[in-house]
Design a binder for this molecule. Structure first.
Ligand SMILES: *Cc1c(COP(=O)(O)O)cnc(C)c1O
Length: 300
């Protein structure tokens, strides 16, 4: 059983005409919880359930927490999500709507996370938001699906927070002998943890993260993402908050889909013509989605 669904692969006419190449959108925004996290968390939860897990615990107030809550509900297993006081009312509502037990603990995420870790036992499984090979395996099916539809990408554009997406897509590309194609890994200036590590040539932790792309605000990427970025042709790209937001608005008009700024960073590479492609290039954009966004927030 998988909990994440097969998502549409759309040839974007507006983005193709704008960018002068073939732009393919993998619509992870169409996952039932609104983001690709259902592939990663869903895959991990199914695995642990098959090994006898009796409950799950998460400390993510974002898309990962929502995905764990959803997965537990589908598997008939209770889920506890521990979030800090800063978590928005909207995110809390989405987690509770999935039937999870929401505990608000601590001023910052690390306090909530410590509490969540303390709840875990041999049978009550803590599901990390990005650093676990099971998560990456779940995400790698994105590439399987694209290939199975006869599209062979010449480049991929994706967003980077903690690096599970980068890890999973790399796994999928290598499985299909596509490990050589460029992968544009996009962050905002305020959440540039991969960029900092690549510049320093070692895993770096940011002193602080800032800006609107809160879903990308991991202060450090997982070690595997850094290793992937060092081994493959991964090109680190940075965009501004304004560019990310602007891309979300244009995408809403072009494709009638509302996405978080965390997804807008990837789209803005194309909308703002930050890379040149040739007319024959098939460019795959992972439309990672995001549920913690409202029309009001995007309208600005
Ligand atoms: C989690 C998430 C990201 C970042 O993914 P990582 O695997 O943490 O790098 C980007 N966009 C959305 C919508 C997400 O939910």
């Amino acid at each position: 059983m998988e909990i994440g669904i097969r998502t549409p692969l759309i040839h974007s006419l507006p983005l193709s005409q704008h960018s002068g190449c073939y732009v393919w959108l993998k619509m992870e925004s169409s996952q039932p919880t609104g983001s690709f996290k259902l592939r990663s968390a869903g895959h991990a939860c199914c695995y642990y359930a098959s090994k006898g897990a009796t409950a799950f615990v998460s400390s993510s107030g974002g898309n990962a927490g929502i995905a764990v809550a959803h997965s537990g509900r589908r598997l008939g297993l209770p889920v506890t999500v521990v979030v800090p006081e800063t978590t928005s009312a909207r995110a809390r509502q989405l987690i509770e709507q999935e039937g999870a037990c929401l505990i608000v603990h601590g001023k910052v995420w690390s306090e909530a996370n410590d509490y969540a870790l303390a709840l875990a036992t041999e049978d009550i499984i803590y599901v990390h938001p990005f650093d676990n090979p099971l998560l990456w395996e779940g995400i790698s099916t994105i590439v399987d699906e694209v290939i199975s539809e006869g599209v062979k990408p010449d480049a991929v554009i994706l967003s980077v927070g903690g690096g599970s997406m980068l890890s999973g897509i790399a796994l999928g590309l290598e499985k299909h002998q596509l490990g050589h194609i460029p992968v544009y890994a996009v962050e905002t200036h305020g959440t540039a943890s991969l960029n900092a590590s690549l510049n320093a040539n070692k895993l770096m932790r940011l002193d602080k993260v800032s800006g609107i792309a809160t879903t990308l605000a991991a202060s450090q990427v997982c070690e595997n993402a850094f290793n992937v970025a060092s081994r493959l042709d991964v090109r680190s790209m940075l965009v501004s908050d304004a560019e990310a937001l602007h891309a979300c608005r244009r995408f809403l008009d072009d494709h009638r889909v509302l996405t978080e700024p965390a997804c807008g960073v990837s789209l803005s590479l194309l909308y703002d013509n930050k890379i040149r492609f040739t007319p024959a290039d098939n460019v795959l954009v992972i439309v990672c989605g995001g549920a913690s966004i409202t029309l009001e927030e995007i309208a600005g």
